[in-house]
Write a protein that binds this ligand. Structure first.
Ligand SMILES: [Zn+2]
Length: 89
């Protein structure tokens, strides 16, 4: 390999490297289990749902809302409220 361009590369700041997106803490967050208390969305309900991630919480919450609260369809507004109260387990 020719090392002719080493000098020019060594001091360049390279501000917009695509590798900057691959931050390790994002992977740690993806591995974090989630939990939601239904009472935060439906006052008076003490049902608690655990999931491996937000997507699983949403599926289980939709099932619970349908069977326990007669909510057949999750509106976008309701999904936003649910996501807002999902916590790390
Ligand atoms: Zn509930």
């Amino acid at each position: 390999m020719a090392g002719t361009d080493d000098k020019s590369r060594s001091w360049e700041p390279a501000p917009d490297t695509p590798t900057a997106k691959a931050t390790p803490y994002l992977r740690a967050d993806a591995d974090m289990a989630k939990v939601i208390e239904c009472g935060a969305v439906v006052p008076g309900c003490n049902f608690v749902i655990h999931g491996v991630d937000e997507a699983e919480i949403m599926v289980k919450m939709a099932e619970h809302l349908r069977s326990a609260h007669d909510v057949e369809h999750l509106s976008e507004q309701l999904k936003v409220r649910i996501r807002a109260v999902i916590r790390d387990d």
